[in-house]
Ligand binder design. Structure first.
Ligand SMILES: Nc1ncnc2c1ncn2[C@@H]1O[C@H](COP(=O)(O)OP(=O)(O)O)[C@@H](O)[C@H]1O
Ligand SMILES: [Mg+2]
Length: 257
């Protein structure tokens, strides 16, 4: 079973969708590159045996803001699992890149104590089906509460005005889960991946307009504490309990999960 670290103040962002090629590593690396530009060193924890995010980090030029990499897919005989997965103290934002297949236990473990969960979806029938079962598992198996507002979808590699794009939008709308960004099918993402950079490391004139969508994603991610507080307030009103008591219950549940 997977193990993931938890720390109260850690902004743990999980990018997942069991469908390979939907853009998990692209998203994880671009979010990390954006956080790195802002100051505190983010970490990427890569659970996918393909190790795309770790390979991207190895290609990253030395003169760019640092990102710490944790190759969680590797099992070490020399170190304990918690040592292997340790997150540096200076990291405030942890981005988790996930593998193509996840058991139910792994799904629960990976999403435990997460502040945000991002599901990238491609606009093909097969991908839409895979995404709907992934979202169902998140809600029913990992018990992600939609009211917590931590789950969002990113429509990736879209070509506007196609039938599949319209179908994707209808599908997401029916779930009531926000689509926080729509990424174009753009060579900017391909070039960034090849060079170990994020869109935020590219000249703005080149990265435009794709970088605007990454900014939208990060803007939404930045609201995680406000979203969590709002969810706790809603829970408190529903259960007719004082907010402080609900916060304590929430913390106890998070600790014992
Ligand atoms: N918006 C995009 N535009 C163009 N290419 C993309 C885009 N998103 C992802 N890709 C490319 O698609 C391939 C699969 O993406 P990747 O992020 O590795 O998917 P996953 O991690 O889900 O398997 C990569 O070659 C990546 O560069
Ligand atoms: Mg990947």
């Amino acid at each position: 079973m997977l193990n993931t670290p938890s720390r109260d103040s850690l902004n743990k962002i999980v990018v997942l969708n069991p469908k390979g090629g939907c853009g998990k590593s692209t998203l994880a690396t671009n979010i990390a590159a954006c956080y790195a530009r802002r100051g505190a060193m983010p970490s990427i924890m890569d659970y996918d045996p393909q190790g795309s995010s770790i390979a991207w980090l190895k290609r990253r030029p030395d003169d760019l803001p640092r990102i710490h990499g944790i190759a969680a897919y590797k099992k070490s005989m020399q170190a304990t699992r918690s040592w292997q997965l340790r997150v540096p103290d200076e990291t405030k934002d942890l981005i988790v890149d996930s593998p193509a297949s996840l058991s139910h236990d792994d799904l629960r473990e990976l999403t435990r104590d997460s502040s945000s969960i991002l599901v990238p979806v491609l606009p093909s029938s097969m991908d839409i089906d895979a995404a709907s079962s992934c979202i169902a598992d998140l809600l029913l198996v990992a018990k992600v509460n939609r009211n917590e507002g931590k789950l969002a979808v990113i429509a990736n590699r879209t070509r506007k005005n196609t039938k599949s794009f319209a179908r994707l939008m209808r599908f997401l709308d029916s779930l009531g889960i926000p689509i926080i960004a729509v990424l174009r099918d753009s060579q900017n993402f391909v070039h960034a991946a090849e060079r170990g950079v994020g869109l935020h490391d590219m000249p703005p004139s080149r990265a435009y307009p794709d970088v605007e969508q990454v900014d939208k994603i990060v803007g939404w991610l930045d609201g995680w504490e406000a979203r969590r507080k709002r969810a706790l307030r809603i829970m408190a009103v529903r259960n007719n309990k004082p907010v402080s008591r609900v916060t304590a219950i929430h913390k106890t549940q998070a600790g014992s999960a």
